[in-house]
Design a binder for this molecule. Sequence first.
Ligand SMILES: [Zn+2]
Length: 123
Amino acid sequence: MNITIRWSRVATKCNYCSEMVPKDTPILVWYVKWGRWGKRFYFHPECWVKDRVWHLGDTPKPIDSRGRPRITLTDEDRKSRKRLINQYNRLSKHVGSEYDLKLLEIEEKLVILGGIPKNWGVM
Ligand SMILES: [Zn+2]
């Protein structure tokens, strides 16, 4: 996990609230690596905290104005989802085609259980 807060050089969309982080205001840049993949995510600094708290699983994600569907899961589904995400995080530290296959399987299960976490980006 690699996080920095700097001045935004261009207006950039926040990965949490989907609003723009205006140029010349503080922007949080989060570089996430999974195995061989890496991706940068951009947030309003305060949105990053909200995003992380949401990922604890107890805080409902706000519905944003653009109507991104909200995840509604039963407690049981939520537990399975959390388990899969943990499993994914564990496996993604390894490199090798057998792991890639398992990661894909987990992704497929997650699509049914509320979708791939937004912050995983496109993989
Ligand atoms: Zn934001």
